[in-house]
Design a protein around this ligand. Structure first.
Ligand SMILES: Nc1ncnc2c1ncn2[C@@H]1O[C@H](COP(=O)(O)OP(=O)(O)O)[C@@H](O)[C@H]1O
Ligand SMILES: [Mg+2]
Length: 273
């Protein structure tokens, strides 16, 4: 097993870190986007300002953004972690928080205060790959600012207890669904930090079929093909009517799985809608 990091071969991962590196399952199919990002990041890693360490993946739910972020963790042998953003996030969700704990030193039940780092801080200071899911939903400008400064190329974070510097191996992968209800575009300042962006739409039909085959073990080409065409048509029709997220990879895989286990194509299609 690889123990060092692809991007900085001198670095030795700890056992805990190695266990956070994603393992590609046999069902994983390397996409063109994965190869492209991998090559671009490697090519530019030691090129100063050209270095790519903040990546944006935009695409419908189920298009494979999270799996791509995880695959990069495997490709680079970097520990993977994620944060799922939410509207009411506050600064402590970015910077970590100081919480009261009962003292363990004596039995006097004294309360002490201890700093707990956020996932962002852990990834930032230890040089991990962090998936930041849906930062578009964040409402508080101060939170966006804190996140933005965390993504600065040579940045540092002012924590309540100390200052941490960005580890040179830290990679942030922002993933965002385009066009679902309540969708807001990515904050300008955050977008400015992005050095490589990929739009991930429904993958090509062959890739859809491969993924569904690998995932469900179902192999009937004609049925896989028919269901894929139906999903693609639904997707195109929905898009033409400015509705997004109706039919994607996720619905395709569940549909194939239902049909594989004996459900009728017609009745399960009705349930898709
Ligand atoms: N490269 C891939 N190879 C095989 N299966 C994939 C791949 N990418 C995504 N999938 C499968 O597609 C589904 C949705 O992927 P996910 O990454 O969660 O999408 P998103 O984050 O865009 O919503 C998951 O079941 C995942 O296992
Ligand atoms: Mg996801």
């Amino acid at each position: 097993m690889k123990q060092t990091c692809v991007l900085s071969p001198a670095r030795q991962l700890t056992g805990e870190e190695q266990s956070l590196v994603w393992q590609k399952p046999p069902s994983h199919i390397e996409s063109e986007a994965e190869k492209r990002i991998y090559q671009e990041v490697v090519r530019n890693w030691n090129r100063g300002e050209m270095k790519i360490s903040t990546i944006l993946l935009e695409g419908d739910a189920g298009s494979g953004k999270t799996q791509l972020a995880k695959a990069l963790s495997a490709d680079f042998n970097l520990p993977y972690t994620k944060i799922t953003c939410f509207a009411d996030m506050d600064k402590s969700d970015v910077l970590g928080s100081i919480l009261p704990v009962l003292s363990e030193k004596d039995k006097s039940n004294m309360v002490e205060y201890q700093y707990y780092p956020s996932e962002i801080v852990r990834a930032y200071e230890n040089g991990w790959l962090l998936e930041i899911q849906e930062p578009t939903v964040i409402r508080d400008a101060a939170v966006l600012m804190a996140l933005n400064s965390a993504l600065e190329p040579d940045g540092s974070l002012n924590l309540p207890t100390r200052i941490v510097h960005r580890h040179p191996d830290f990679i942030a992968v922002i993933t965002t669904n385009r066009g679902y209800n309540g969708y807001r575009p990515l904050n300008e300042a955050l977008r400015d930090r992005v050095q490589h962006a990929e739009k991930i739409d429904l993958p090509p039909k062959a890739v859809m079929m491969e993924r569904a085959k690998a995932k469900t073990g179902y192999h009937s080409e004609s049925v896989l093909s028919l269901l894929a065409e139906t999903i693609i048509l639904l997707d195109e029709t929905a898009r033409a009517n400015a509705i997004k997220g109706v039919a994607g990879m996720r619905s395709y895989i569940f549909w194939v799985d239902a049909v594989a286990s004996g459900a009728s194509v017609q009745s399960t299609l009705d349930r898709q809608q």
